[in-house]
Design a protein around this ligand. Sequence first.
Ligand code: CP3
Length: 352
Amino acid sequence: VREIPSKFNIDSKSMEESPFLKALGKEPTRRIPVWYMRQAGRSLPEYREAKKNVNILDVLKNPDLTAELTLQPVRRYLVDAAILFSDIMAPFDSEALGLSIVKDKGPVITRPLSNIKDIASISHLGFDYQQYTTEAVKILNSELKVPLIGFVGGPFTIACYLIDSKPSQKWVKTLNLLRESPELFFKILKVLSATLSQAIEIQVNAGVSCMQIFDSWAGILDKESFIKYCQPAIKTLVKKARVPVIYFGLNTGHFLPILPDCGVKGIGIDWRISIDKAFSVTAHRVAVQGNLNPLHLLDPIEEMLAAAELVLKQGSKYDGFIFNLGHGILPETDPENIKRLTDFVHDYKRPA
Ligand code: CP3
């Protein structure tokens, strides 16, 4: 039996007990909840040890190992939530698309989307997704004492990988398809949102407490395109979820005010917009999660904590603030810094 220490609660998985879920519901909490995007993974020596050189897509087919990798950061840092170890591309691991996840690079697609005939390849979930995901969530629910966050990629971000076929900065093929064939693009997002809805349903039925939509690249769109292509897709996903949903993206300041109307309960923001501004432009209708630049975790500890304090000074004023980074933990981060940061957030006193 794997022991999960909990400094604060015997069991804080329930809505009544979990500071994370309470903050997501904009209820007051004594201490500020914290978890980190990409908290599981390459910054942890026990991750490298357990995963060996197995490719992530093969790791996922082993639910016991998936559960172990999910639990590692919870044990080490005592964060307020676990996030299922998976990848946004896992639901698209199919023969039709030819997905691989290349070390130090990311998702690569052998047969990218380019025309209407390709739609069939994205209309169903990939290899064994339902079975291994359900199994991993069930194992985790029996072992965790904090809530488990499930996740999917945002439909636009998934479209970027499927159309451009590999990680990019500018996503030129994707943006060209949007300009040249807006109807096809709309259809792609619609079909993706249906498939992602199935992935959400599987995770929720298996028992996750909350869902995060990682729409990392949607911020490259102008507001009008976001409204036209992403908003309907996000609404579809939120409706399907039946649990609270957090929407995260980089560079999303220009469309944050639209997100509460999509039904999300929380927004994850990066360091380009302040916590105060995020609360004010959404009229305090949703929780705000973020937004320390992950580069600060590479600083000496005192400098890192000074940067974190600037975030906490703003966030601690509000019910509905969840401390996180503005993007995922970088692989070269020292776990000791993450531990110190977590303790610092937990010890931080809210203003009287
Ligand atoms: O947060 C967690 O700890 C859960 C695990 C998780 C992974 N990917 C595991 C992973 C989560 C939440 C993701 C989300 C994800 N994946 C996003 C959204 C967040 C973001 O970073 O913007 C994106 C864009 C991807 C796509 C992806 N997967 C990329 C670009 C890469 C390569 C670069 C990288 O970050 O490693 C991956 C591979 C990947 N996903 C790894 C892990 C642990 C590394 C593969 C390995 O260790 O073999």
